[in-house]
Structure formats: C-alpha cells, structure tokens
Ligand binder design. Structure first.
Ligand code: AMP
Length: 134
C-alpha cells in the first residue's frame, strides 16, 4: 500500500490543539526556554528525571509535515532541544531526543514536539531492553 502524500498545507495555529493553546498562554505550563520560534516546557507526565518538550510556536502535526512545510524550523526545534539538554545539565551524561510520528509510535498530541529525556540511563530505544548489534 502507498502512504498518503505529505503536503505542506497546514494552518499556523489549530484552535483545538493543546500545544497551540500552551504556546498562546491559555493552558499553563512550566516553561524552561523560549526560542525565536520555539517554546520548551516540562512534560506533565515525566518519563525520566528530566523530560522537556520543545515545540514550534506554529502548528504542524508531526515531523513529516514539518519537514515539508518548514525544514528550517524542524532544524531549529532540534537545535533548541540540544540547548535545553545543555541548560538542564544533561550533556555530560547524555540524553535522548525523540519525536513520535503516528499511531505505531504512540503519538498522542498532534503538534510536532521533540522530547528531551535524561537524568538516568534510559534503556532501549523502543521501551524494551537494549538489543546488541549483530
Ligand atoms: P506524544 O505521546 O509523543 O504525542 O507526547 C505527548 C506528550 O505530551 C506526553 O509525554 C504527555 O505527557 C505530554 N502532555 C500532554 N498534556 C500535557 C500538558 N498539558 N502539559 C505538559 N505536557 C503534556
């Protein structure tokens, strides 16, 4: 089966989007960093000692749409996620940046967000144990 084509068409804000509402200040969040076109705030259900979300201030549902609509902004989100990791003191021991895309990945909020996770050994990439190569 062929996947649906990814198009650039998307609004800059979506009225019912949780993260658009956090960006607009309508829903409270613990903000840790404001970038030129991004906002970083603590995840409400942290999965690690440090768990921050970095979102673009304009709406795109996921990384696939963002890569088409504004790849420079996707790069900005990643760069700001690295800045958050450094600000949070995660750089010496390491950290994980991840973005879920779609159902199988478990995406629940359809406004692109980069998770910044760290503060303890994080285990395998898919939630299970780390698998050895080869
Ligand atoms: P994902 O499952 O990748 O779409 O991630 C969505 C993330 O948003 C989850 O880690 C949630 O804990 C987090 N989240 C949902 N609502 C809020 C909120 N109001 N404030 C902060 N984080 C939230």
């Amino acid at each position: 089966m062929t996947a649906a084509p990814v198009t650039a068409a998307a609004p800059t804000t979506a009225p019912d989007c949780l993260f658009c509402r956090i960006v607009a200040g309508e829903i409270p969040a613990t903000v840790v960093r404001r970038g030129r076109r991004t906002l970083a705030f603590r995840d409400g259900a942290p999965q690690a000692p440090t768990h921050v979300l970095v979102v673009p201030t304009t709406h795109q549902p996921d990384a696939a749409r963002m890569a088409v609509a504004d790849p420079a902004l996707l790069a900005e989100v990643i760069a700001d996620a690295v800045a958050v990791a450094e600000q949070e003191g995660l750089a010496p021991s390491g950290y994980r940046l991840l973005t879920n895309t779609g159902r199988d990945a478990g995406q629940t909020v359809f406004h692109l967000h980069m998770h910044v996770l760290g503060g303890e050994p994080l285990g395998g990439m898919t939630g299970g144990p780390i698998k050895a190569a080869g």
